[in-house]
Design a protein around this ligand. Structure first.
Ligand SMILES: Cc1cc2nc3c(=O)[nH]c(=O)nc-3n(C[C@H](O)[C@H](O)[C@H](O)COP(=O)(O)O)c2cc1C
Ligand code: SF4
Length: 545
């Protein structure tokens, strides 16, 4: 087995930088041949200010975790949460609006009354035309977002501010050439909403602006054309980037031009009728990557001020030039190291040569498997000062650590078997948002990662809103499989079980293999497409090794 060393840190007092209730208490590492054979899971357990270790031996597979569909009722969910030492608020029943659901309460955002607490997260479909304009697939998704009943539509999907910043050649563009396309998307969503719910007066719709940075694939669905903030030793290795190739690193001059481009895209969004723009800073894309650019020299790297300068300058410019446009930010609030792609249980890449770890935002430098919320909290406070009206908290990256970003029982094809019960990932995200809410109660926050709760999503969501853990509950995958989920909860207090997302991850596997995205297992529209059979085959091939 090679050389072993065992290190046990017992940090009973917790780490003040993580805030009052979000701290690892102990870290238990076994090093084997310099790679981690096990790793810690932590969980917020509320007022006790401590966390638990869940040591997982090698070889866990999805089958080791209790599936949510097998839990008979909320009591069974509570028992499971207790077994995992997780604290989440869970109501006994899903409430309708007329029964007083907290999710039905309106809320003010920058002078706008938003009609309820459901938010639809942005989700791209890899299905626009090559010129960035919408296809019938794109329009169908936006129509469904309008039909959902949610009153906050966070961006619809990532729209690239320039063609070479697209994550795939079929990404929507927020460029002047696509003005008509953006109008069509917004009108489709608004019309669907008005038809179903009578008006759009209390509906707030934004557009998510993005540059994909390290994850650009603007010309070919399977060829990376990265533009990076800095050379990240582990991500360079994972994605085959030559660590000496500086031609792909942004120069400061390039960045000044990029700032102008963001401002122009925001101007276009406002002209088209979007009430807000999201300056996207999450999931490993460009503006998120800059937040960890400690090794970058010059004004856009180094210390916290330098690393956050690009994001803050874009926001300042938009605020200055378009004072009536609401600005939001979707932020990866914490992160971890990249994990290895594998058919086995997920393992972090070996970072032992890179300690203290200077390549993450919201991670503990001495123990990068753990979050450190000190800088993210400071950033959210500064964004508020800069006039950002609402923040959507996500985490990690769907490419390098998907189990953190999208808790799922079945992994995507470029992922790995879940290294923790996905409920741990759900609780981690919900509790991180609670930390932020406690520290900065004034700024409206959208929470992420609820889909894995499945049948019990409403029970947790309404309790979290009532208890002030979060202002809006964001839905991602759930509305791909079940577009009317929010409306059904508020109107019926009941769900159609057959439409509930069971986190099969096909909507991620398909685009990872050059196809468009959609809910192939549950949405009859996608079930019929030839891509559905291809996704099935890919999963079969992976399962048989
Ligand atoms: C198919 C797909 C596309 C996505 N596209 C985006 C995107 O364009 N922008 C973004 O910020 N997040 C994107 N996400 C992440 C979701 O917004 C959300 O954070 C994630 O699915 C976790 O939420 P959930 O548990 O409710 O699914 C995407 C997720 C999926 C499944
Ligand atoms: S493919 Fe459908 S069921 Fe699977 S994760 Fe995506 S939305 Fe959920």
């Amino acid at each position: 087995m090679g050389e072993f060393s065992l290190i046990l840190f017992a940090c009973v007092g917790g780490d003040a930088s993580l805030g009052k209730r979000f701290r690892p208490i102990a870290t238990f590492y076994v090093f084997c041949n310099s790679s981690y054979e096990s790793y810690l899971h932590f969980a917020n357990v509320g007022t006790g200010s401590f966390s638990r270790i869940l040591f997982r031996p090698r070889g866990n597979m999805s089958s080791d975790y209790v599936k949510i569909a097998r839990l008979n009722d909320v009591h069974a969910l509570r028992e499971r949460l207790e077994e995992l030492d997780l604290e989440l608020p869970v109501d006994n029943e899903a409430l309708t609006a007329s029964a007083g659901s907290p999710l039905a309460q309106p809320i003010e955002v920058d002078g706008v009354t938003v009609g309820n607490r459901w938010c639809i997260h942005p989700m791209e479909g890899w299905d626009a035309n090559r010129d960035g304009s919408p296809t019938e697939y794109t329009l169908r998704r936006w129509r469904n977002f309008g039909l959902s009943g949610a009153k906050l539509i966070w961006g619809g999907e990532a729209a690239a501010v320039q063609p070479d910043g697209r994550a795939n050649p079929n990404q929507t563009l927020a460029t002047p050439e696509n003005e008509a396309g953006l109008r069509q998307l917004l009108a489709t969503l608004n019309d669907a909403h008005a038809e179903s719910f009578g008006s759009t007066d209390d509906l707030l719709v934004g557009l998510q602006l993005t540059h994909s940075g390290r994850f650009c694939r603007p010309n070919d669905k399977v060829r990376w054309e990265p533009r990076i903030a800095y050379h990240h030793p582990l991500l360079d290795e994972k994605y085959g980037i030559d660590p000496e190739d500086d031609s792909i690193v942004w120069t400061d001059d390039d960045l000044h031009r990029l700032i102008d481009t963001y401002v122009e895209s925001a101007r276009l969004a406002q002209k088209v009728g979007f009430r807000f723009v999201d300056v996207k800073a999450c999931h490993g894309y460009l503006l998120h990557e800059f937040l960890s650019a400690r090794s970058r020299l010059g004004p856009f790297g180094g210390d916290f001020e330098g690393r956050t300068r690009l994001l803050k300058t874009i926001i300042d410019r938009i605020r200055e030039e378009m004072p009536d446009l609401i600005v939001g930010v979707r932020l990866s609030f914490f992160d971890t190291v990249p994990f290895k792609t594998s058919t086995e249980t997920g393992r972090p890449m070996d970072f032992s040569d890179h300690l203290p770890y200077r390549h993450g935002f919201g991670v503990d430098e001495s123990d990068p498997l753990q979050p450190d919320l000190a800088e993210p909290l400071r950033l959210v406070a500064e964004l508020k000062e800069a006039g950002v009206a609402l923040v959507n908290l996500s985490c990690g990256s769907p490419y390098s650590n998907p189990h953190v970003q999208r808790p799922a029982i079945f992994p995507p094809s470029d992922g790995y078997q879940p290294p923790e019960d996905p409920l741990v990932g759900v609780a981690r995200q919900i509790n991180a948002v609670r930390e932020c809410k406690n520290a900065l109660p004034e700024i409206p926050l959208v929470g992420t990662g609820y889909t894995y709760l499945q049948d019990y999503l409403p029970h947790v969501a309404q309790a979290a809103v009532r208890e002030g853990w979060v202002d809006f509950v964001g839905l991602g995958r759930m509305v791909l499989s079940y577009p009317r989920f929010p409306a059904d909860v508020l109107e019926q207090g009941a769900l159609q079980r057959r439409s509930i997302c069971r986190t099969f991850s096909d909507c991620t596997t398909a685009p990872r293999n050059g196809m468009l995205s959609g809910c192939f297992p549950l949405d009859s529209f996608y079930k019929e497409l030839p891509e559905a059979a291809r996704v099935k085959q890919i999963k079969k091939d992976l399962a048989s090794g």
